[in-house]
Design a protein around this ligand. Structure first.
Ligand code: ZN
Length: 543
C-alpha cells in the first residue's frame, strides 16, 4: 500500500504538470436553500459563475460575466455568495468551489500528509483503492482532509471527497466531492465537483445552507486570445466548377451574406467552448424542428440547424437559421412536447424573418477574447418580435403532432413560474432573451392557461426535472450526448426537485478509444428519479 500511495502522489504531480497549459471553462451554479415543510430544502436564491481557469502556476480564473462598464469587478466569491460574504470571509486559496480539482496543488506528499488504507471499492467499472488522507500536525492551515479513490492500474486519483482543515476564525471551508473522468489515455481529468453545506434537522442552527455544482469542460480548447485569430489562415480547397457558375443575384448574395454571419458566430461560440460541436443531441432537436416545419408546410431558403449551448442557465436564441438551446434547459424539460414548445419559439423568429441581422458577416467583429463573448455577441429581440414569435409558435404547435402534448409544456411553465423568483441566476439569459422578466414567465405564457393544476403531491405529474439529467457534456472535447439512465421511481414530492442541483454520481469507466464521446456514462442520482418522462431521444417523426 505504501507503493500505491507513492505512485498516486507521482501521478498527481504528473496531472498538475499535464494540465498546466490548459485553460478549461469552469461553471459553478449554487442554490441557497430554505426549508419547505412539504418539499424539504428548496432553493431560496441562486448564484452563477462562468469563467475560464488558468491551471498554470496557481489556479486563476477569468470571468465571462464581469461587467466591463464597471470599474470594480465582482469577485467570484461575491458573485456566488453575495451578502453571505458579510458573515464569512472566504479564503481565496485553496478554498472555493473549483479549487478541489487537486487535493493540494503544491504539497501533496508524505511530508505533509498521512495516508491510511481504508478498503477496495468499485466506482462504476473501475476498481479503486480507498485511502483516508489526514494532514500532519505541523502541515499548516488549509490542507486537504478527507478520502481519495485511486484506480488500481495506474494509481491515478479518480475521486476526492472532503474539505480543508483548520479554518481560521473568519474563514469557512466547504465540503466537496470531486470527480475525474478518464477521457484521454493516461489521465483522469477533473470534471465535476459537488459542494453542499447546511443541515435542516430539528435543532440545527445553520447560518449557511447551499448546494452547488461545478463543472469543467473545454480542456482541449485553444487559448482564446485575439492574437490567435489574426494568425489563422483558412484555405478553401473546393472550387465551384459548375458550368453555369455566375455571380450571385442580389437576393442570393443577401442570403450568402447572412449564412456567412451565421457561420462566423457559430464557429466563434464553438471556439470559446460555449457551443458543443454538432452531434447526437442535435439530431434529437432537429427531429422536433423538422416535425414542426413539415406539418406547417414551411419552406425556408436555407436549412434550419440546431446546436447546444454548453452552459446551465435556461436560455435559447437563434443565430440566422441556427437555433441554440442551453444544456441546462434541455436537462429540465419534462418531455418532447415541452422541447417542441422551446424550439417552436425560435423557429417562429426564423420563419418571421426576425433573424436577418448580418453585422457578424464582417470577420473583424469576431476578434475578441473568449471571456468577451457576452459583451461582443447578442441575439436579443425587441418585445414586439417576442410577442409575434410566441403567437406564431403556438399556431405552429397547434398544427403539429405536438398539439395533443402541450399540457406538460404548460405545466413546465407553471412550475417555472413558482420557482422563478428564487432562480434569477438560472433564468438570466446571456446571449438571447430571458424566458422570464422580473420573476414572471413571459415566454409562451399562453400555454399555462390550458395546463392542469400543478400538484407537487401527484407523483406521476412531472412538470420539470432536476439539472443534469439529460445532457452529458464531455469535458475534454465538449461533445454532448443524451444520457441513457434508467428511470428511478419517484416515491415522494421531495424526489421531484424541479430545477435543482443534485450530487454527481458518474459511472466511471476506463478510456475507450472506440466510445462515441469519451467513455463515462454520467448521471446524477437525482436526475434518474424521474418517473417515465418520454425522452426527446424517442422523438419520432410522426409521418
Ligand atoms: Zn424570442
Amino acid at each position: 500500500m505504501d507503493q500505491v500511495v507513492d505512485r498516486a502522489i507521482l501521478r498527481e504531480k504528473d496531472l498538475v504538470k499535464f494540465l498546466a497549459q490548459r485553460t478549461p471553462v469552469v461553471e459553478t451554479y449554487l442554490q441557497n436553500l430554505t426549508q419547505d415543510p412539504q418539499l424539504g430544502p428548496i432553493p431560496q436564491d441562486d448564484r452563477y459563475f462562468l469563467g475560464r481557469m488558468d491551471l498554470s502556476d496557481s489556479i486563476d480564473r477569468s470571468d465571462f460575466l464581469a461587467d466591463k462598464d464597471k470599474d470594480k469587478e465582482e469577485s467570484m466569491e461575491k458573485r456566488l455568495l453575495g451578502s453571505l460574504t458579510g458573515k464569512f470571509k472566504f479564503q481565496y486559496q485553496p478554498l472555493g468551489f473549483s479549487w478541489m480539482i487537486y487535493a493540494d496543488r503544491n504539497d501533496f506528499d508524505r511530508q505533509h500528509y498521512d495516508f491510511h488504507y481504508a478498503r477496495r471499492e468499485f466506482l462504476g467499472d473501475v476498481r479503486c483503492l480507498v485511502f483516508d488522507v489526514m494532514p500532519k500536525k505541523d502541515a499548516g492551515r488549509g490542507r486537504f482532509v478527507g478520502r481519495i479513490w485511486v484506480e488500481d492500474q495506474d494509481f491515478a486519483i479518480v475521486r476526492l471527497n472532503g474539505t480543508y482543515n483548520r479554518p481560521s476564525r473568519n474563514t469557512y471551508y466547504f465540503h466537496m466531492d470531486s470527480w475525474r473522468l478518464n477521457l484521454i489515455p493516461g489521465y483522469w481529468v477533473p470534471s465535476y465537483i459537488y459542494s453542499e453545506e447546511g443541515n435542516f434537522t430539528a435543532g440545527a442552527k445553520n447560518k449557511l445552507a447551499f448546494k452547488a455544482q461545478t463543472r469543467l469542460w473545454g480542456y482541449n480548447l485553444k487559448l482564446g486570445k485575439v492574437d490567435d485569430e489574426l494568425t489563422q489562415i483558412r484555405v478553401d480547397s473546393v472550387k465551384d466548377t459548375s458550368p453555369d457558375a455566375q455571380d450571385a443575384s442580389p437576393l442570393a448574395a443577401e442570403r450568402e451574406w447572412q449564412q456567412q454571419a451565421e457561420d462566423n458566430v457559430i464557429e466563434r461560440l464553438e471556439r470559446a467552448g460555449l457551443l458543443a460541436p454538432d452531434g447526437d443531441v442535435d439530431k434529437v432537436l432537429q427531429t422536433v424542428v423538422n416535425n414542426l416545419l413539415i406539418t406547417n408546410n414551411v419552406e425556408l431558403p436555407r436549412p434550419v440547424r440546431t446546436r447546444v449551448l454548453t452552459t446551465s442557465p435556461l436560455e435559447t436564441f437563434s443565430v440566422g437559421n441556427t437555433i441554440v438551446v442551453s444544456r441546462g434547459l434541455i436537462d429540465v424539460l419534462p418531455d418532447e412536447g415541452s422541447l417542441a414548445m422551446v424550439l417552436s419559439h425560435e423557429l417562429a423568429h426564423i420563419v418571421l424573418g426576425h433573424n436577418l441581422g448580418s453585422q457578424y458577416a464582417f470577420n473583424d467583429r469576431m476578434l475578441f477574447s473568449d471571456e468577451g463573448t457576452f459583451h461582443n455577441l447578442g441575439f436579443k429581440h425587441i418585445p414586439e418580435e417576442e410577442t409575434a414569435a410566441d403567437k406564431k409558435a403556438i399556431d405552429m404547435l397547434k398544427a403539429s403532432p405536438y398539439a395533443q402534448k402541450l399540457e406538460t409544456a404548460g405545466l413546465f411553465l407553471k412550475a417555472l413560474q413558482i420557482r422563478a423568483p428564487q432562480l434569477s441566476a438560472l433564468l438570466q439569459a446571456h446571449l438571447g432573451n430571458s424566458i422570464t422578466e422580473n420573476g414572471t414567465v413571459t415566454r409562451m405564457a399562453a400555454l399555462e392557461t390550458s395546463a392542469p393544476a400543478l400538484d407537487w403531491n401527484k407523483l406521476d405529474q412531472i412538470a420539470a426535472l432536476p439539472l443534469g439529467g439529460r445532457v452529458k457534456l464531455n469535458p475534454w472535447d465538449n461533445r454532448v450526448e443524451m444520457v441513457k439512465a434508467q428511470p428511478v421511481a419517484i416515491t415522494s414530492a421531495r424526489d421531484k426537485m424541479p430545477f435543482e442541483v443534485t450530487p454527481f454520481f458518474p459511472r466511471l469507466a476506463r478510456y475507450n478509444a472506440n466510445a462515441p464521446t469519451g467513455n463515462s456514462t454520467t448521471s446524477t442520482t437525482a436526475a434518474n428519479q424521474t418517473a417515465t418522462p418520454a425522452t426527446a431521444a424517442d422523438a419520432a417523426p410522426s409521418h
